[in-house]
Design a binder for this molecule. Sequence first.
Ligand code: GLV
Length: 333
Amino acid sequence: MRPVRLMKVFVTRRIPPDGWAALARAADCEVEHWDSDEPIPAKELERGVAGAHGLLCLLTDRVDKRLLDAAGSNLRVISTMSVGLDHLALEEIKKRSLLRSGIRVGYTPDVLTDTTAELAMSLLLTTCRRLPEAMEEVKNGGWSAWKPLWMCGYGLTQSTVGIIGLGRIGQAIARRLKPFGIQRFLYTGRQPRPQEAAEFQAEFVSTPRLAAESDFIIVACSLTPATKGLCNKDFFQQMKSTAVFVNISRGEVVNQDDLYEALTSGQIAAAGLDVTTPEPLPTDHPLLTLKNCVILPHIGSATYGTRNTMSLLAANNLLAGLRGEPMPRELKL
Ligand code: GLV
């Protein structure tokens, strides 16, 4: 019998059980992984990926020219356990794909949409009703009595909500917001999406108009050269002083210095961020000193069920790609 040549797979972290079990069952693969819950150091990643046919990575792993060089010419599939792709040097991957048989890329859209929209709702309500501040007041004795204007925030009913990026997650957020009695939805993006927008009677507007007319702004777009730094000084200056800003996309869509200025000068009322630059945000970062800024540690998709499903989809993408089969969710390069 001819010996079977195993394909080498490198996994950059411990991943949830279903994905791990799928990889362990793959008799045609030899799987190595970084056996930790913490990110793999760059040097270890370069060492681990050398000669690999398949790479299963996370959004914390930068897959750039250097890493692709370290991987070498065996590399056929990159499967990321994320919907975001900004950590992958897609142009470089595309270039290499043209030169040889092709590197296929898998990702995990859809399976995290509802969970991320739930988190966006939690963060929006937490921020606009000032929940962390209110909880702190209960603990530190600041709660002296019921007072008419104490701990007041801003309500969603009859408001105008602006969504930057009416993609899968943006739509799921709008769907959840609708029963709160939102009066008007506005959105921006690469182009109008009349079919999707019809469900919310959402109006496609320019970014300055969205900034100026919204009571609540939710960033749900992907990070691209066009969205990098989109929410900057000009943007915040156009916003209402009573408006609340929420970002669940990527930290780099926001200029954080400009956001800090907007929050401290009273240009805007409050901000809720699930994503920052950098991640983790240093504990002495000025934004963390502000009562009107709620910051979470990038937990949009963090439920046990969703992370498990993401790991299984990432494993299935990887295995199908290596076997030359249709991948469940392949990115069109
Ligand atoms: C989370 O941010 C993801 O891209 O999956």
